[in-house]
Write a protein that binds this ligand. Structure first.
Ligand code: AMP
Ligand code: MG
Length: 487
């Protein structure tokens, strides 16, 4: 043992649930783990000791070679609808090493991904490859700095141990930090395979952990459904506003705490088109960009089904309650989305009449294949971003309407521009930037590009902080960009 204090302050409240919900796991060592990247700022914010994490003991914990003292490592059981089909899943290559209590009292799951086999691994090897783990690190950290609720990434450690993914490649372990990993799929698991009490036990645990103010409500479960519905509506609206495609919105990848979790084949759109999908396995476009709100509601409906008996003992009444609550998803989503869009356009108080203005713009952007991010940058910082689209009749017609709206609000043009600057990111992890950074890290063992990109992504709304070279629109590709599940 080193004598540096680790800063870990771990509890394991999840194991107070019946054993049906998890399996205790022993470590499965990887050889000679080395830190590829460590999020020192996040470590400090969590009250963790950076020097400890860099020490042999610290690296052993980040590699899953050792469990912190007095903690119990578990893999969580869950099911899920994958592409619409129900399946038994569970953490097949993840290990929850505990819930860390930050100095301010907040609780976070510390979970290792790629840490070895578990009883839920099915045919998988329990491992993860370096590239996809670094990819998750980049994209989740970008999401955080864009102001979008997300699981975060604390570290990636790699090993010379090889895994097979079409060829031999280096394995790695990612440490993720999230409010929890309770998923819609966790509830589906309880409802499908548990006894009559298990769903209630899970719901009570979830309410206590994430929505404690609901404990005093007459029926906390109805309020739980409402809260989860609202937080998901808000979350998905935020995804749409920055052009993020999750890529695999299976119910097991939807967090009850309302964070973006389980980054797999996710990516950001460049050209605006609601039909955009990047995932190599999403043949039908189920999880295409424009479908995300609809799928969010579909997933929430699966959640509601699991807690129906808790909503009312009379099934008909319970269904009516669930329908009423879920019926609000659309309004919540739309008000979050359109008011966010209005802010991107420098319009302050959202009015329903803006909806047409926004929809017309998005239709034109689709028709003219306009880069989503840079379009808004052009409006915000006109002198720096020239797009062919601005010369079209479609744009000019739209701009006349838009200017009228700007003029009828009481705020000045300067105030409007300030609002736009805060609402339009200069840098998102564009696919080509991510690929370049990963290629040098994985193929050439050089993480300078990765660090440079991560540095830019830390201040995506600050023009003085983002290198202009990152704002380039990528060359049109002859082969569509493809992403793969975190392999
Ligand atoms: P995901 O697509 O990341 O949500 O994963 C779906 C399920 O497959 C989860 O239960 C994962 O734990 C499991 N899984 C993915 N890759 C592996 C692997 N290499 N070994 C074992 N389980 C895996
Ligand atoms: Mg998953």
């Amino acid at each position: 043992m080193t004598n540096i204090d680790s800063g870990f302050n771990l509890e394991n409240t999840y194991i107070t649930l019946p054993e049906f919900f998890y399996s205790k796991i022993k470590t499965q060592a990887i050889s000679d783990p080395m830190i590829t990247i460590l999020n020192e700022k996040l470590a400090k914010d969590l009250g963790l000791e950076v020097n400890y994490l860099k020490s042999k003991d610290g690296i052993d914990i980040l590699a899953g070679n050792k469990i912190p003292e007095n903690s119990t490592a578990i893999a969580q059981a869950y099911s899920g609808h994958q592409f619409g089909h129900f399946t038994m899943l569970g953490d097949g290559r993840a290990l929850l090493i505990g819930e860390h209590i930050r100095p301010n009292g907040e609780r976070f799951d510390i979970q290792l991904k790629g840490s070895g086999k578990t009883p839920y691994s099915r045919g998988g090897d329990g491992r993860a490859a370096l590239g996809p783990m670094l990819r998750e690190y980049i994209i989740s950290e970008a999401m955080y700095h864009l102001g979008i609720p997300t699981a975060r990434s604390l570290a990636v450690v790699k090993t010379e141990d090889k895994i097979y993914r079409g060829k031999q490649i280096n394995a790695a372990v990612l440490t993720r930090v999230a409010k929890s990993h309770i998923r819609v799929g966790t509830f589906e698991y309880a409802a499908k395979y548990g006894n009559s009490e298990d769903t209630k036990t899970l719901a009570d645990y979830t309410i206590k952990r994430h929505y404690p103010n609901l404990m005093l409500k007459e029926n906390p479960y109805i309020e739980l459904l409402r809260q989860v519905t609202n937080t998901q509506a808000k979350l998905i609206a935020k995804w749409q506003l920055v052009g993020f495609i999750h890529g695999v919105m299976n119910t097991d990848n939807m967090s009850i705490a309302g964070e973006t979790i389980d980054y797999g084949p996710c990516a950001y759109i460049d050209v605006y088109n609601p039909e955009t999908k990047f995932s190599s396995i999403d043949h039908q476009g189920r999880y295409a960009f424009g479908n995300q709100p609809k799928i969010g509601l579909w997933n929430l409906s699966r959640f509601a089904e699991t807690i129906l008996p808790l909503l009312d003992s009379n099934t008909d009444k319970a269904i009516k309650i669930a329908k009423d609550v879920l019926g609000d998803f659309g309004n919540h989503y739309e008000s979050n989305y359109y008011s966010g869009m209005a802010r991107k356009l420098g319009l302050f108080r959202y009015k329903s009449s803006y909806k047409d203005l926004i929809d017309t713009l998005l239709d034109s952007m689709t028709k003219h294949k306009v880069d989503y991010t840079n379009f808004f940058l052009g409006l915000t910082y006109s002198e720096n971003f020239e797009l062919e689209f601005y010369k079209t009749k479609d744009f000019k017609d739209w701009e006349r309407e838009y200017t009228l709206r700007l003029k009828t609000q009481e705020q000045t043009d300067e105030q409007s521009k300030e609002l736009m600057k805060k609402s339009n990111p200069l840098l998102i992890p564009r696919n080509y930037l991510v690929e370049e950074a990963l290629e040098s890290a994985v193929e050439n063992n050089d993480i300078s590009k990765l660090n440079e990109l991560l540095q830019g992504l830390k201040n995506p709304y600050e023009i003085s902080m983002v290198d202009k070279k990152f704002m380039k629109i990528p060359q049109a590709r002859s082969i569509p960009y493809k992403t793969y599940c975190g392999t």
